[in-house]
Ligand binder design. Structure first.
Ligand SMILES: Cc1cc2nc3c(=O)[nH]c(=O)nc-3n(C[C@H](O)[C@H](O)[C@H](O)COP(=O)(O)OP(=O)(O)OC[C@H]3O[C@@H](n4cnc5c(N)ncnc54)[C@H](O)[C@@H]3O)c2cc1C
Length: 512
């Protein structure tokens, strides 16, 4: 759609047919910010309501989605019933939005992607489904793609090909690329399905608490963490729940993950809270087993082709990094098409795109690898996630304040201070940590995030619950090189209400 808006003639080629199921569902504030920015810049006004829960519900109630108010984490000790911990050392709740209206969403991909394809066709994109592409030929002047559709040979000629076919996709195979591997990253597998009749965690004994959490714990990307892996649970508003597990090869072997449904049952038997939540659940289709989750393509772009970040690599669903990385790639490729299509710098810009995409993938893998190494050491796990939340909330605020240069790359991996600190801390966290090492590492993490911390992360009195608090952002104005007034104006634009505060010369901000 963007390429069409920029005057290019576009062919969209799909091997299956829409609507079709796809995995990758949970969005984030940063992902939605990129999405919103693309809609504005390339005049995709029909798409922009999908950037927030409220506008989505009002405009397209027929497109199913889930409400995502934040990131919920629960830690499970092996086999054990969870007991109430008033210090909340077994959980982490990080709010992503102060209220439903402006919240993020889980995309029910069958509906969401079908809608996008229809929009693309309306905007003049030529769409061909049921195409089995077989080869890619670059004559120097143009690219020719050959394949089969309904038993008949088809051929497409193009100046440029963008591959959005996912990991180990079309160009990876057609160009004979290889998997370059993610250094020091554990081998992991996945198993997932869609379910109906899944209960709410808050209704089970595990979720009960005397204090009010910053958002309803199920209206979130829910992560259940245990030694060797984690389970995600995402609830949609059409009665469907997406759930799956990512585990190391070692745990996958114990669970015999390739068995599918019986492996899922074996897993639930280990986690009483989930067993209760899934007691009445029914599967919607056969389980999908992914024998290898992580992937990194040996090449990402050539003179006449580019892989989207989602085709260039994948780490893990943990922290929902797939969409922001992919949308960042879309932002960059769109800029190249817009500014450099006719210029001599076209190839150079593509090389820059490829290098940055690879660096961001590696940074994501460093952090995720460190998280895997500490799934049984939840205090360190929580501290490590703060690297992600600090970088994401800083980047989001910098963009909202129109200072994108403060956060040019995902996870601030190009930042001269944060980038090296992330690498150093993650490398340390991947080694076995004693109790003393853990304490030191947590202190190091808190020091590393401090210059970027605009969300009150790591404050002990919050006991692992982080609401969206406008005061944190105002306190952090200087870190963003912004004045108090600029942050106030940004808060107003972002849907907060200004209220006179009784005990302060300033104003207090409340969610509208
Ligand atoms: C288990 C799992 C969970 C995930 N969860 C999240 C999450 O919660 N949040 C998040 O941000 N990211 C998540 N991700 C990452 C996310 O899936 C991707 O970032 C996202 O799906 C990318 O979307 P896409 O449309 O580019 O690719 P895909 O969803 O992979 O779609 C690829 C499309 O290309 C088509 N295709 C494939 N091969 C060919 C071919 N040869 N010719 C023509 N067409 C072809 C397919 O039919 C499909 O329509 C997850 C990934 C996995 C594996």
């Amino acid at each position: 759609m963007i390429a069409r808006s920029l005057g290019r003639s576009v062919v969209l080629i799909e091997k299956g047919t829409h609507p079709r199921a796809a995995i990758g569902e949970s969005s984030t504030p940063l992902a939605n910010l990129f999405f919103e920015g693309l809609c504005k810049r390339y005049e995709l006004s029909a798409l922009s309501p999908l950037a927030k829960w409220g506008s989505w519900q009002r405009t397209y109630p027929e497109i199913a989605c889930g409400l995502k108010r934040g990131f919920t984490f629960h830690h499970h000790a092996p086999g054990g019933e969870s007991s109430f911990d008033c210090q909340r050392r077994d959980q982490l709740l990080v709010a992503a939005s102060p209220r439903n209206e402006i919240a993020d969403t889980h995309w029910y991909r069958a509906d969401f992607d079908f809608f996008l394809v229809k929009q693309a066709v309306e905007r003049g994109v030529d769409y061909f489904d049921r195409v089995e592409l077989q080869c890619f030929e670059d004559s120097g002047e143009k690219v020719t793609l050959r394949g089969v559709r309904d038993g008949r040979a088809v051929e497409f000629c193009a100046r440029f090909v963008i591959d959005a076919t996912g990991p180990r996709g079309f160009l990876y195979r057609a160009l004979g690329l290889s998997d370059a591997g993610l250094p020091d990253y554990p081998a992991t597998q996945g198993l997932y399905n869609h379910f109906s009749d899944v209960g709410r965690l808050a209704d089970t004994a595990y979720g009960r608490t005397d204090e009010r959490p910053p958002y309803p714990v199920d209206d979130a990307a829910v992560h259940h963490v245990f030694d060797g892996g984690w389970i995600w649970v995402l609830k949609f508003n059409n009665g469907i729940t997406s759930a799956g597990v990512a585990v190391t090869d070692e745990l996958a072997a114990q669970l015999r993950l390739a068995d599918g449904a019986p492996a899922w049952e074996r897993l639930l038997m280990r986690i009483p809270a989930l067993r209760a939540q899934f007691a009445a659940a029914r599967t919607e289709r056969p389980f999908t087993h992914l024998p290898r989750l992580a992937f990194r393509s040996s090449a990402i772009a050539g003179s006449r082709w580019a892989l989207l970040p989602s085709a260039a690599g994948f780490v893990d669903p943990l922290l929902s990094t797939g969409f922001p990385l992919t949308l960042l790639g879309v932002v960059r490729l769109a800029e190249i098409i817009e500014r450099d299509w006719q210029s001599a710098r076209f190839s150079e810009r593509l090389r820059e795109y490829a290098a940055l995409t690879d660096e961001e993938l590696l940074a994501t893998a460093q952090l995720t690898g460190a998280l895997y190494a500490n799934m049984s050491n939840f205090e360190v796990f929580v501290a490590l996630t703060l690297l992600y939340f600090a970088a994401a909330s800083f980047s989001e605020s910098a963009r909202r304040l129109e200072r994108p240069q403060l956060a040019s790359a995902f996870l601030l991996c190009k930042h001269p201070d944060f980038g090296p600190a992330l690498t150093r801390i993650c490398a340390r966290a991947r080694q076995g940590l004693t109790a003393n090492d853990s304490r030191q590492l947590i202190a190091e993490i808190l020091a590393a995030i401090e210059p970027f911390n605009v969300a009150g992360l790591g404050r002990p009195e919050r006991r692992n619950w982080y609401p969206v608090d406008a005061g944190d952002l105002l306190d952090g104005a200087e870190k963003l090189g912004a004045s108090f007034d600029e942050v106030n104006a940004m808060l107003e634009r972002c849907g907060f209400n200004r209220q006179p505060a009784e005990d302060s010369a300033a104003m207090a901000w409340l969610p509208k």
